[in-house]
Design a protein around this ligand. Structure first.
Ligand code: SAM
Ligand code: SF4
Length: 363
């Protein structure tokens, strides 16, 4: 017999009430319907392929003070690093030689001249040593439109900047309210990225203190409204040396944050059929093989962490962050096996750009 979930899933467009109903599903039968629908849409519109991005957390020095993040500038316990160029080059070559189409260069947020020029150099040599073949995604926070343009000209063509939450009041509960942390400027940065020509990605954390199911529905509607190309969403995971840790008693259990994230992914895949959606590392921090459950709910991007071990332990955003040594052959083989068992295929040697980007630019 057709129930309410069948009716919602057969609709072309979900309204906020529909999204809230889907996010509230608890029974296994309805969950299966949601995930199957999302997976079939993924297969039809973007294929059951996984695009790899080699993640390099090249510096954990940050000028910001986000209240949830273990590498915020006020956390004096974090040992700070900047990976030297020769080691960055090694990682880039490793990614390229092993068929990763793209890299993600991620760091804390700095807007000083030294940082900007250093990243200029990283982009120039990364392209040069890979015959211009490696695709480059950046995740280095808010920058001026001019800086975004410079990095784009030097070969970066994707940028990830999570809005973190689209509820402005909640934004200021999880960030200091000062000139360094502005919700409006974050929105402007996303617009600047799109205007520069980047394939633009955003995302939110799920299960934050004070966050409601209505907020999460609004987040999904926001992704659609700004017509984003890529999304990376992950469960919020507490870190004891951050101010948000004081609210740990009001959090839902981690496994519920995980389950909610998987539902967010599936609903988003149905709403935005041809974008790229990543299985975030934070999924793996809660459930072994969490990223594979992401694939089954509609994700098509995985970012194996290529940061050398001696640095990875200091890019400690949250508790139990998995130190996956995915640059090692054994770990990588295991990842590949898990992806195949999940029913997907890795697309080697391809950039794996979001189809959505080309469609919206051809209009
Ligand atoms: N500094 C850049 C920025 O903030 O956009 C990029 C690096 S930042 C570490 C990347 C992402 O990590 C953030 O967008 C945030 O969503 C996520 N993150 C930070 N702390 C987290 C936590 N405690 N739990 C889950 N995700 C977290
Ligand atoms: Fe810095 Fe990004 Fe962490 Fe905020 S989330 S403190 S900007 S690294």
């Amino acid at each position: 017999m057709e129930n309410n979930i069948d009716k919602i899933l057969s609709k072309k467009i979900f309204d906020k009430k529909n999204i809230i109903t889907l996010l509230s599903i608890t029974n296994d039968e309805d969950k299966k319907k949601l995930f199957d629908k999302a997976y079939n849409i993924k297969k039809k519109h973007v294929g059951n392929y996984v695009h790899l991005r080699g993640l390099l957390e090249f510096s954990n020095i940050c000028t910001k003070n986000c209240k949830y993040c273990g590498i915020r500038s006020d956390n004096k316990k974090a040992y700070r690093y900047d990976i030297p160029d020769d080691e960055i080059k090694k990682c880039v070559l490793h990614a390229w030689e092993n068929g990763y189409g793209s890299m993600v260069f991620q760091s804390g947020e700095r807007k000083d001249k030294n940082f900007i020029e250093h990243l200029n150099d990283i982009l120039i040599y990364s392209k040069k040593i890979t015959n211009n073949e490696i695709g480059i995604t950046l995740s280095c926070g808010e920058q001026s439109a001019e800086t975004y343009k410079k990095w784009f000209e030097l070969g970066a063509h994707r940028y990830l900047l999570r809005i973190e939450t689209t509820n402005e009041d909640l934004y200021y509960k999880i960030h200091p309210k000062d000139k360094n942390h502005s919700f409006q400027e974050r929105i402007q940065a996303l617009k600047d990225l799109k205007n520069t020509g980047y394939q633009t990605g955003t995302g939110v954390m799920i299960g934050l203190p004070f966050q409601t199911i209505e907020d999460l529905a609004d987040d999904l509607i926001f992704f659609k409204d700004i017509d984003i190309d890529m999304v990376g969403m992950g469960p919020y995971i507490e870190h004891k040396d951050t101010p948000l840790y004081n609210y740990k008693d009001m959090l839902m259990p981690q496994i519920e944050r995980f389950n909610l994230t998987i539902k967010m992914i599936a609903i988003l895949r149905i709403m935005m059929k041809d974008i790229n959606i990543a299985s975030s590392t934070a999924l793996q921090a809660i459930v072994k093989n969490g990223r594979m459950q992401g694939l089954k709910a509609g994700t098509n991007v995985i970012m194996p962490n290529l940061t050398p071990t001696k640095y990875i332990e200091n890019y400690f955003l949250y508790e139990n962050k998995p130190c996956l040594k995915e640059y090692s052959k054994e770990y990588f083989k295991l990842l590949e096996k898990n992806i195949i068992e999940a029913g997907d295929t890795i697309q080697y040697y391809k950039w794996g750009d979001p189809i959505h980007y080309f469609k919206r630019n051809s209009i």
